[in-house]
Ligand binder design. Sequence first.
Ligand code: BEZ
Ligand code: FE
Length: 289
Amino acid sequence: MRNVTKDNITDVFMGYLSDETDPRTREIMGSLVKHLHNFARETNLTHDEWRRGIAFLEGCAAVETEDRHEFVLASDVLGLSSLVDMLHSSEGATSSSVLGPFHVSGAPPLAYGGDMKRHYGGPMLLAEGVIKDTEGKPIPGAQLDIWQTAPNGLYASQDDEQDTFSFHGLMTVGEDGRYAFTTVKPVEYTVPSDGPVGDILRACGRHPWRPSHLHYIVTAPGFKSLVTEIFPDDDPYLDQDTVFGVRDDLVMRYVEAPASEFPDGMALSGKVTEPFLRVAFDVTLMRDS
Ligand code: BEZ
Ligand code: FE
């Protein structure tokens, strides 16, 4: 096409795709380019603004390392990661939520009732529940991969003071599908804001805070894996999570209980002398097919 105009350029782009283009690639590229072109037309995007957009992408690439995923973070704060999650969540199962960049694979096994708090200060939280199917039946042998920040708001991979798997654990549930562990009550924290994504947040007058949460990945043979989080219902950032991860069914009450109610059969049974917090959170998995 020689006579490319601002009105026909999207169709010209589509015409450039060869007949052999895979149909899904055609659909995705066609839609992406249509929306990009409409965005430029709608906003009457200037050269300077276009250059700033390119500089943002270059800035993300410049800070990207094995431990720092600025493009994923950009997707998170723009709501794209959460939207993709919600588009593919299974009705009837527990809602999924963002994975985030701080999960470390290969966490050490955590037995039923195990303790992740160790020597750390802060309120103790006992988290417990059942991993079940959509009919409410426990799923024996399901695995729960758990991770959270230390009380300083940092994940192990961000903090030289913590060992690799601090506040990470992998629990396999028994016949009754039950899990339980003690930890320190998670704290609110900020996503990294010292790079290009931080510049976007500041330009939009947004803060980098996430409400406090526990992360879970729940897997079981024959079931769809679930990546999710639990939030306490009194967190000040629940209604303004900077990565859009909060869903109604993931918000739970952390109830204070006297030391005398600490259950038997846990690593810390008989050693708890102060009141502690307790949260019950059952996880429902959807069958694979
Ligand atoms: C997190 O919850 O660990 C997280 C999620 C998205 C971006 C940054 C952190
Ligand atoms: Fe997190």
